[in-house]
Write a new protein. Structure first.
Length: 164
């Protein structure tokens, strides 16, 4: 039971708090804190789920895609720039420990360890960038409800037939 609470805390509370704290650091308006936390949580949950089946870089790719997808939807709904949600929401996916280990290895003259950590951090960073690019490439109209309402075929009434 204690392990479940610990996992729930680590995988739900920490990403939300970290994302909201990062949003506060970047002076995001208070009214967007909860939605920023939602974007960060969505990306982290996708990362946590896919990490079990793929590499860290692939999990980061899928997590970044979810963050950007949520950010694009929130941008349309909340009528504000995507960077409000994207910059703070991507925070839980940043490979901070890998970057730290790279610097630590360089500082302590452990070059092979530094190179290994640095290469892994670059793969993760590149995967995050690709995840962002893939979703940002989707046309903006696709995130608007009006677009999909216009594309829906008109229903004809029962019994009405087109006579030519």
């Amino acid at each position: 039971m204690m392990n479940i609470i610990h996992d729930l805390f680590l995988n739900v509370v920490c990403p939300v708090v970290g994302t909201v704290a990062f949003a506060a650091l970047f002076n995001v308006p208070h009214k967007y804190y909860a939605t920023c936390g939602l974007a960060g949580l969505g990306g982290w949950l996708m990362y946590s789920f896919t990490y079990q089946f793929t590499t860290i870089a692939m999990a980061s790719f899928f997590g970044a895609m979810v963050v950007v997808l949520i950010s694009r939807m929130l941008t349309v709904k909340m009528k504000c720039p995507i960077t409000v949600f994207l910059v703070s929401g991507i925070f839980p996916l940043i490979p901070g420990a890998k970057i730290y280990n790279t610097a630590f290895g360089l500082f302590n003259n452990r070059l092979s360890s530094a190179a290994e950590s640095g290469f892994e951090a670059l793969k993760i960073a590149f995967a995050i960038v690709l995840g962002i690019v893939f979703i940002v490439a989707i046309p903006r109209e696709w995130f608007r409800v009006e677009y999909w309402k216009r594309r829906r075929p008109k229903k004809s009434k029962i019994g009405e037939h087109k006579h030519e």
